[in-house]
Design a protein around this ligand. Structure first.
Ligand code: C2E
Ligand code: MG
Length: 701
């Protein structure tokens, strides 16, 4: 054999045993064919029979060899497939390529893989190659799909050959659904868990049946496919976890931001709006969480998610931003009313009760809407606007929808300005304290004062604490401001007690939850008391009722730590929060402060009077003193006195005063306060302050 021919037949590296066998078998078949033809031509019967017997044995060896070769080819292809599988299967294209390879191995025109989801309410992945075309679909997990996948496990094996008209047990329905004549199927299982199925099939035009050998081959291949797909699923799950909220399956903040940014960058047709954001906050979710426990809270969040999904289009992005805050991105709107309609539909959906482990619960939500109607809008801008609108909705009485508007824009700008100015103001000594007298109704004497923070900004004028305290809370400055108010008030209380010997004037200081919940707070109070030498019993700390709803264990611990210092505690704005009356008796508090809104109509509205009488009665039962705040008229004072309310505070008695104003009031005879004196307009305190007398907070370093 010439080297050239040798190379052509055997390859350049010399023959390997299989190649030698291959050539030998081909020659044997050729010899048999030529010999047989020559004998038939000569019609010699005995020789023909002998030859045929010999030929039969040679052919059987040849066929055996060819079958071995066929298997070898399979194994080579198996190895090819394994290589392919070992590349991480990331896209449907590579799953498609894998299926294409399976088609080649089995000489089939159809291959399919079904991957079941983690939970039955999610979709299964179905990738099919048919006639060289790959399609990928998400399929609902219904009975048909499950029957198809699990038919491979019958009877007690993990693969099966399906033949047309072989009976239902042999998968006639499976073949019919796919227009196949025959197929071979294997389970995709990893560590005993069926993840899905793998199928290779032949159409009506291909009569070749699949054999048991095909079945074994597919079964051998299936674990590799299973492992690869499991890796793919793991990758997807990791990917999913990075961008989704694990409790609800909704987009998380990161994914939501990405989608919003993307939608803001899109071009839109003239007359259409790019996007709208709905910012949703559940009303009083904490109450559910605290009274029914976190598992019920989680169940509620999942229920809310389902209802929220019902009111949006499939391509709108729904996200959980954290806690009980949700957001929806609506793209490509015809107008703002479209976003409002979605929000209103959601509130409507929410009206039905939720069943939380047997307890029926209803919940509302406040929704703020921001519209991306300017090309310059950024994600932060849009989210802030939606947030501001949501807060406005909450202020308006919850379960409402508000769209961000110019008024809110101004409020937002002012808030941003205050945020910037407040820190400088603290350093520049622009903050100071005023004191509003608290009067004992029975005796008419001033028994205490409430310290109230004030801010006179050179550029913005007087800013009330209702405006700047929330800003201080949001920026964290509240701890510094609170510390300064506390120290100033304690120092002043000592001065009064020295100046007015015999009159123990207590001073009440408002605490923000952030201060109280700080682990060092009790220590700070102790230090201030020690350094100012104020008797702890003269310091009263006011906490808001809402604080009692949150962080119950920590709050109780902090309150007891304060009580141990010898100070008294009051619940401010009592009745506006959601503390449970049942728990009130376990709280280490000494008094309740009734907000102005409950006092306003006490002289004119019978129901409000009864309500107030109820709170005063409760206070008496629990041995708590009751302070009515916001008394503006004599008739209110009369009613309160009749109800045997202990203490009162209000403009009718005295407005907040500077320290000297309080001293002046204290020098008047007892009873003067309730006899309508001591009322001082702001300008008096202002004038004093300008003359340098006001109780300015120490400048912070
Ligand atoms: P609050 O603790 O309920 O204080 C009583 C508020 O009611 C004061 O408002 C007081 O001026 C007002 N008020 C009292 N009597 C009357 C009345 O007859 N009519 C009317 N219209 N108002 C009356 P102010 O000083 O604006 O303080 C508002 C809130 O800001 C306080 O409500 C308190 O929650 C908070 N705050 C004030 N200073 C501080 C502080 O130093 N720290 C903290 N964390 N919060 C403070
Ligand atoms: Mg207060």
């Amino acid at each position: 054999m010439s080297p050239v021919i040798r190379r052509a037949v055997l390859g350049t590296r010399g023959p390997n045993p299989s190649q030698v066998r291959s050539v030998t078998a081909a020659l044997a078949v050729a010899v048999v064919a030529v010999g047989g033809w020559a004998l038939v031509e000569r019609a010699e019967t005995v020789e023909t029979l002998l030859f045929l017997a010999l030929a039969a044995s040679i052919v059987s060896v040849g066929v055996g060899y060819l079958s071995e070769r066929y298997q070898r080819r399979h194994l080579e292809q198996l190895s090819d497939s394994r290589d392919l599988l070992q590349q991480t299967v990331r896209s449907p294209l590579s799953v498609g390529a894998l299926l294409g390879r399976l088609c080649k191995i089995f000489g089939a025109g159809f291959a399919e893989v079904v991957v079941l989801p983690d939970a039955l309410d999610q979709a299964a992945l179905l990738v099919r190659v048919c006639g060289g075309q790959t399609t990928e679909t998400s399929e609902a997990v219904d009975q048909d799909l499950l029957a198809d996948v699990f038919s491979v496990t019958v009877p007690a094996s993990l693969s099966v050959v399906l033949r047309e008209r072989a009976g239902p047990a042999h998968g006639d329905a499976i073949l019919a659904r796919r227009g196949l004549r025959g197929a071979v199927m294997a389970a995709l299982s990893v560590e005993g868990t069926i993840l899905g199925s793998l199928m290779v099939g032949r159409g009506q035009g291909d009569p070749r049946p699949f054999t048991d050998e095909d079945r074994r081959l597919l079964e051998a291949l299936a674990p590799q496919v299973g492992v690869t797909l499991e890796k793919l699923r793991l990758d997807e799950r990791i990917n999913h976890q990075a961008f989704h909220d694990s409790l609800t399956g909704l987009a998380n903040r990161v994914l939501f931001a990405d989608r919003v940014v993307h939608s803001l960058e899109r071009r839109v047709e003239p007359g259409r709006l790019r996007a709208a954001i709905l910012f949703i906050d559940l009303d009083d979710f904490k109450v559910v969480n605290d009274t029914l426990g976190h598992p019920s809270g989680d169940l509620l969040l999942q229920g809310v998610t389902r209802r929220l999904r019902r009111v949006v289009r499939p391509f709108d992005t729904v996200a959980r931003l954290g806690g009980d805050e949700f957001a929806v991105l609506i793209e490509d709107l015809t107008g703002p009313e479209e976003a409002v309609a979605v929000a209103e539909r959601f509130l409507e959906e929410l009206t039905g009760t939720f069943d939380l482990h047997g307890t029926p619960v209803t919940i509302g939500a406040s929704v703020g809407i921001a519209i991306a109607d300017r090309p310059s809008m950024t994600y932060d801008h849009l989210l802030r606007e939606a947030d501001v609108a949501m807060y406005r909705a909450k202020e308006r009485g919850k379960a409402t929808v508000e769209t961000f508007d110019a008024g809110m824009q101004r409020a937002l700008e002012r808030r941003l300005r205050l945020k910037g100015d407040l820190e400088k103001a603290v350093g520049a000594g622009e903050l100071f304290v005023e004191y509003q007298p608290i009067v004992a109704l029975e005796s008419g004497t001033v028994v205490g004062v409430e310290a109230l923070a004030r801010w006179d900004s050179p550029s913005l004028g007087r800013i009330g604490p209702r405006e700047f305290i929330p800003v201080a809370e949001a920026t964290g400055l509240i701890r510094e401001i609170g510390r300064q108010v506390l120290r100033t008030a304690c120092e002043q209380a000592v001065r009064w007690s020295v100046g007015q010997s015999g009159r123990n004037l207590s001073v009440s200081v408002n605490l923000s939850p952030r201060q109280l919940l700080h682990p060092d707070f009790a220590e700070e109070v102790a230090t201030i008391l020690r350094e100012t030498e104020l008797s702890p019993s003269l310091l009263n700390l006011e906490i808001t009722e809402n604080l009692l709803v949150e962080n119950t264990a920590t709050t109780m611990e902090r309150l007891h730590a304060l009580k141990d210092l010898g100070v008294t505690l009051a619940i401010d704005d009592f009745g506006t929060g959601y503390s449970s009356l049942g728990e009130l008796k376990f709280l280490p508090v000494d008094s309740l402060k009734i907000p102005k809104s409950f006092v306003d109509n006490v002289a004119t509205d019978e129901r409000e009077r009864a309500f107030l009488a109820g709170i005063i009665g409760l206070g008496r039962t629990l041995d708590l003193r009751v302070v009515a705040v916001g008394v503006e008229r004599a008739d209110q004072l009369d009613e309160l006195r009749e109800m045997r309310c202990d203490l009162a505070q209000g403009f009718h008695l005295a407005e907040p005063l500077d320290a000297d104003g309080v001293s002046e009031l204290l020098s008047q005879p007892a009873g003067a306060a309730t006899a309508d004196c001591g009322r001082r307009p702001w300008k008096v305190t202002q004038a004093r302050r300008q003359s340098g007398d006001a109780d300015s907070l120490p400048r912070s370093a």
